[in-house]
Design a protein around this ligand. Structure first.
Ligand SMILES: [Fe+2]
Ligand SMILES: [Fe+2]
Length: 268
Protein backbone atom coordinates (compact mmCIF):
# COMPACT_ATOMS: atom_id res chain seq x y z
CA UNK A 1 0.00 0.00 0.00
CA UNK A 2 1.10 3.55 -0.70
CA UNK A 3 -0.03 6.47 1.43
CA UNK A 4 0.09 9.97 -0.04
CA UNK A 5 -0.45 13.08 2.09
CA UNK A 6 -1.82 15.68 -0.32
CA UNK A 7 -1.41 19.19 1.11
CA UNK A 8 -2.20 22.40 -0.71
CA UNK A 9 -2.25 26.14 -0.32
CA UNK A 10 -0.05 26.35 2.76
CA UNK A 11 0.22 30.13 2.26
CA UNK A 12 3.08 30.80 4.65
CA UNK A 13 2.78 34.50 5.39
CA UNK A 14 -0.90 34.08 6.24
CA UNK A 15 -0.63 30.74 7.97
CA UNK A 16 -2.25 29.90 11.29
CA UNK A 17 0.81 29.22 13.55
CA UNK A 18 -1.07 26.81 15.83
CA UNK A 19 -2.09 24.73 12.82
CA UNK A 20 1.50 24.33 11.63
CA UNK A 21 2.12 22.43 14.89
CA UNK A 22 -1.14 20.46 14.70
CA UNK A 23 -0.64 19.48 11.07
CA UNK A 24 2.93 18.33 11.69
CA UNK A 25 1.69 16.18 14.57
CA UNK A 26 -0.97 14.54 12.44
CA UNK A 27 1.43 13.91 9.55
CA UNK A 28 4.01 12.39 11.90
CA UNK A 29 1.27 10.11 13.24
CA UNK A 30 0.04 9.11 9.75
CA UNK A 31 3.54 8.45 8.38
CA UNK A 32 2.77 8.91 4.65
CA UNK A 33 5.15 7.45 2.08
CA UNK A 34 5.26 10.80 0.30
CA UNK A 35 4.03 14.34 0.91
CA UNK A 36 2.60 16.13 -2.14
CA UNK A 37 2.18 19.91 -2.03
CA UNK A 38 0.01 21.27 -4.84
CA UNK A 39 1.17 24.87 -4.77
CA UNK A 40 0.67 28.22 -3.07
CA UNK A 41 3.32 27.56 -0.46
CA UNK A 42 3.48 31.29 0.24
CA UNK A 43 1.13 34.24 0.39
CA UNK A 44 3.21 36.79 -1.54
CA UNK A 45 6.26 34.86 -2.80
CA UNK A 46 8.47 36.67 -0.28
CA UNK A 47 11.85 35.18 0.63
CA UNK A 48 10.93 34.88 4.30
CA UNK A 49 7.71 33.09 3.40
CA UNK A 50 9.57 30.55 1.26
CA UNK A 51 12.10 30.08 4.07
CA UNK A 52 9.31 29.42 6.58
CA UNK A 53 7.55 26.98 4.23
CA UNK A 54 10.78 25.13 3.53
CA UNK A 55 11.70 24.90 7.22
CA UNK A 56 8.27 23.50 7.99
CA UNK A 57 8.39 20.94 5.15
CA UNK A 58 11.91 19.91 6.10
CA UNK A 59 10.71 19.21 9.64
CA UNK A 60 8.75 16.30 8.11
CA UNK A 61 10.85 13.17 7.51
CA UNK A 62 9.11 12.18 4.28
CA UNK A 63 9.93 12.48 0.57
CA UNK A 64 8.19 15.39 -1.15
CA UNK A 65 6.74 16.32 -4.52
CA UNK A 66 6.14 20.07 -4.61
CA UNK A 67 4.75 22.24 -7.42
CA UNK A 68 4.32 26.03 -7.34
CA UNK A 69 1.06 27.98 -7.32
CA UNK A 70 0.16 31.44 -8.53
CA UNK A 71 0.94 32.90 -5.09
CA UNK A 72 4.51 31.61 -5.46
CA UNK A 73 5.00 34.05 -8.38
CA UNK A 74 5.72 37.62 -7.18
CA UNK A 75 2.61 39.64 -8.09
CA UNK A 76 3.79 43.07 -6.92
CA UNK A 77 7.31 42.94 -8.36
CA UNK A 78 6.84 43.25 -12.15
CA UNK A 79 10.56 42.84 -12.90
CA UNK A 80 10.89 39.61 -10.95
CA UNK A 81 7.48 38.43 -12.12
CA UNK A 82 8.38 38.64 -15.80
CA UNK A 83 12.11 37.91 -15.76
CA UNK A 84 12.33 35.04 -13.29
CA UNK A 85 8.84 34.38 -11.91
CA UNK A 86 9.75 31.20 -10.07
CA UNK A 87 13.34 32.00 -9.02
CA UNK A 88 12.55 31.91 -5.31
CA UNK A 89 10.49 28.75 -5.60
CA UNK A 90 13.31 27.05 -7.51
CA UNK A 91 15.88 28.17 -4.95
CA UNK A 92 13.98 26.28 -2.26
CA UNK A 93 12.53 23.35 -4.18
CA UNK A 94 14.86 22.81 -7.13
CA UNK A 95 14.13 23.57 -10.76
CA UNK A 96 12.98 20.13 -11.89
CA UNK A 97 10.16 20.80 -14.38
CA UNK A 98 8.55 17.47 -13.44
CA UNK A 99 9.26 16.59 -9.80
CA UNK A 100 8.48 12.91 -9.35
CA UNK A 101 8.40 10.08 -6.85
CA UNK A 102 7.48 6.41 -7.13
CA UNK A 103 7.45 3.16 -5.25
CA UNK A 104 6.44 -0.31 -6.44
CA UNK A 105 2.72 0.57 -6.51
CA UNK A 106 2.42 4.26 -7.30
CA UNK A 107 4.05 6.99 -9.39
CA UNK A 108 3.54 10.70 -8.70
CA UNK A 109 4.54 13.40 -11.20
CA UNK A 110 4.11 17.14 -10.67
CA UNK A 111 4.01 19.94 -13.20
CA UNK A 112 3.95 23.70 -12.93
CA UNK A 113 0.77 25.48 -14.01
CA UNK A 114 1.74 28.89 -12.53
CA UNK A 115 2.39 31.58 -15.13
CA UNK A 116 3.57 35.16 -14.79
CA UNK A 117 1.07 36.53 -17.32
CA UNK A 118 -1.86 34.32 -16.33
CA UNK A 119 -1.37 34.98 -12.67
CA UNK A 120 -4.61 33.59 -11.40
CA UNK A 121 -5.78 31.13 -14.06
CA UNK A 122 -2.68 29.03 -14.76
CA UNK A 123 -1.96 26.92 -17.81
CA UNK A 124 -0.69 23.56 -19.03
CA UNK A 125 1.47 24.11 -22.12
CA UNK A 126 1.75 21.74 -25.08
CA UNK A 127 5.42 21.01 -24.37
CA UNK A 128 4.53 20.00 -20.80
CA UNK A 129 1.93 17.53 -22.06
CA UNK A 130 4.49 16.09 -24.48
CA UNK A 131 7.15 15.61 -21.79
CA UNK A 132 4.66 14.34 -19.24
CA UNK A 133 3.48 11.82 -21.81
CA UNK A 134 7.01 10.54 -22.33
CA UNK A 135 7.39 10.07 -18.58
CA UNK A 136 4.02 8.34 -18.20
CA UNK A 137 4.55 6.01 -21.15
CA UNK A 138 7.87 4.90 -19.66
CA UNK A 139 6.19 3.75 -16.45
CA UNK A 140 5.10 0.15 -15.87
CA UNK A 141 1.43 -0.24 -16.79
CA UNK A 142 0.40 -1.61 -13.39
CA UNK A 143 1.46 1.50 -11.45
CA UNK A 144 -1.22 3.78 -10.02
CA UNK A 145 -0.45 7.07 -11.76
CA UNK A 146 -0.91 10.45 -10.10
CA UNK A 147 -0.40 13.88 -11.67
CA UNK A 148 -0.14 17.01 -9.50
CA UNK A 149 -0.94 20.57 -10.55
CA UNK A 150 -1.84 23.70 -8.62
CA UNK A 151 -4.73 24.81 -10.80
CA UNK A 152 -7.73 22.49 -11.00
CA UNK A 153 -9.13 20.35 -13.81
CA UNK A 154 -12.58 20.57 -12.24
CA UNK A 155 -14.03 23.66 -10.59
CA UNK A 156 -17.62 23.48 -9.41
CA UNK A 157 -17.59 27.05 -8.08
CA UNK A 158 -17.26 28.88 -11.40
CA UNK A 159 -13.73 30.19 -10.97
CA UNK A 160 -12.42 28.35 -14.01
CA UNK A 161 -10.19 25.40 -14.71
CA UNK A 162 -6.55 25.38 -15.72
CA UNK A 163 -5.88 26.52 -19.28
CA UNK A 164 -5.28 23.59 -21.61
CA UNK A 165 -7.15 21.17 -19.34
CA UNK A 166 -9.33 19.56 -22.02
CA UNK A 167 -6.42 19.04 -24.41
CA UNK A 168 -4.27 17.57 -21.64
CA UNK A 169 -7.06 15.22 -20.56
CA UNK A 170 -7.24 13.73 -24.07
CA UNK A 171 -3.75 12.39 -23.52
CA UNK A 172 -3.81 11.75 -19.78
CA UNK A 173 -6.64 9.32 -20.50
CA UNK A 174 -4.55 7.49 -23.07
CA UNK A 175 -1.56 7.35 -20.78
CA UNK A 176 -3.44 5.71 -17.93
CA UNK A 177 -3.50 8.48 -15.35
CA UNK A 178 -5.69 7.49 -12.40
CA UNK A 179 -5.72 10.51 -10.13
CA UNK A 180 -5.25 14.27 -10.47
CA UNK A 181 -4.31 16.25 -7.37
CA UNK A 182 -4.76 20.02 -7.23
CA UNK A 183 -5.61 22.95 -4.99
CA UNK A 184 -6.07 26.71 -5.60
CA UNK A 185 -9.80 26.74 -4.81
CA UNK A 186 -9.34 26.39 -1.03
CA UNK A 187 -12.12 23.84 -1.16
CA UNK A 188 -11.78 20.11 -0.81
CA UNK A 189 -13.82 17.73 -2.97
CA UNK A 190 -13.55 14.67 -5.20
CA UNK A 191 -14.90 14.33 -8.74
CA UNK A 192 -14.60 12.18 -11.85
CA UNK A 193 -13.65 13.98 -15.06
CA UNK A 194 -16.25 11.95 -16.96
CA UNK A 195 -18.94 13.94 -15.14
CA UNK A 196 -17.40 17.28 -16.10
CA UNK A 197 -16.01 16.85 -19.60
CA UNK A 198 -18.48 15.68 -22.27
CA UNK A 199 -17.16 12.77 -24.27
CA UNK A 200 -14.75 11.45 -21.65
CA UNK A 201 -15.17 7.72 -21.37
CA UNK A 202 -12.34 6.70 -19.10
CA UNK A 203 -12.61 7.94 -15.57
CA UNK A 204 -9.84 9.90 -13.92
CA UNK A 205 -10.54 10.92 -10.35
CA UNK A 206 -9.85 14.49 -9.27
CA UNK A 207 -8.97 15.19 -5.63
CA UNK A 208 -8.99 18.83 -4.62
CA UNK A 209 -7.45 19.71 -1.27
CA UNK A 210 -8.59 22.70 0.77
CA UNK A 211 -6.06 25.05 2.30
CA UNK A 212 -3.95 23.24 4.86
CA UNK A 213 -2.78 26.21 6.91
CA UNK A 214 -4.08 29.54 5.61
CA UNK A 215 -6.34 31.73 7.71
CA UNK A 216 -8.05 32.64 4.42
CA UNK A 217 -10.54 29.81 4.37
CA UNK A 218 -13.42 29.82 1.93
CA UNK A 219 -16.20 28.60 4.15
CA UNK A 220 -14.62 25.32 5.19
CA UNK A 221 -12.11 24.13 7.74
CA UNK A 222 -8.42 23.76 7.00
CA UNK A 223 -7.61 20.27 5.83
CA UNK A 224 -5.68 17.92 3.61
CA UNK A 225 -6.18 14.61 1.80
CA UNK A 226 -4.65 11.34 2.97
CA UNK A 227 -4.79 8.94 0.03
CA UNK A 228 -4.27 5.20 0.45
CA UNK A 229 -3.56 3.20 -2.72
CA UNK A 230 -3.81 -0.57 -2.64
CA UNK A 231 -4.06 -2.64 -5.82
CA UNK A 232 -7.29 -1.92 -7.66
CA UNK A 233 -8.61 0.22 -4.84
CA UNK A 234 -7.82 3.55 -3.31
CA UNK A 235 -9.37 5.84 -0.74
CA UNK A 236 -9.28 9.58 -0.21
CA UNK A 237 -9.59 10.54 3.45
CA UNK A 238 -10.04 14.18 4.39
CA UNK A 239 -8.26 15.22 7.56
CA UNK A 240 -9.85 18.48 8.66
CA UNK A 241 -9.19 20.82 11.53
CA UNK A 242 -11.54 20.23 14.46
CA UNK A 243 -10.90 22.02 17.74
CA UNK A 244 -7.29 22.68 16.86
CA UNK A 245 -6.30 19.22 15.71
CA UNK A 246 -6.49 17.45 12.35
CA UNK A 247 -9.06 14.66 12.43
CA UNK A 248 -10.41 12.29 9.78
CA UNK A 249 -13.74 13.82 8.78
CA UNK A 250 -14.49 11.90 5.56
CA UNK A 251 -13.19 8.89 3.66
CA UNK A 252 -14.30 7.90 0.17
CA UNK A 253 -13.31 4.59 -1.35
CA UNK A 254 -12.88 3.84 -5.07
CA UNK A 255 -12.41 0.58 -6.91
CA UNK A 256 -11.39 -0.11 -10.48
CA UNK A 257 -14.11 -1.52 -12.73
CA UNK A 258 -14.52 -2.05 -16.47
CA UNK A 259 -16.08 1.43 -16.60
CA UNK A 260 -13.23 3.03 -14.72
CA UNK A 261 -13.07 4.10 -11.11
CA UNK A 262 -16.31 3.80 -9.21
CA UNK A 263 -16.97 4.93 -5.68
CA UNK A 264 -17.61 2.21 -3.15
CA UNK A 265 -18.85 4.37 -0.31
CA UNK A 266 -17.09 5.35 2.82
CA UNK A 267 -13.86 3.47 3.27
CA UNK A 268 -12.78 2.07 6.61
FE1 LIG B 1 -4.24 29.43 -2.58
FE1 LIG C 1 -3.72 29.55 -6.08
Amino acid sequence: MTTIAHLSDLHFGSEDPALTVALREDLLAQRPDVVVVSGDLTQRARSREFAAATAWLESLPFPRVVVPGNHDVPLWNPFARLRAPLARFHRHHGDDAFPAWRDQHTAVIGLCTARSLLWKAGRISAWQVDELGAMLRALPAHLFKVVVTHHPFVDDSGGGTVGGAARALDLLEDWGVDLLLAGHLHRGFNADVTAWYPGRIRSIIVAQAGTALSVRRRGEANGYNLIAVSGDRFAIAVHGEVDGTFTRIANTGFRRSERGWITCGAAG
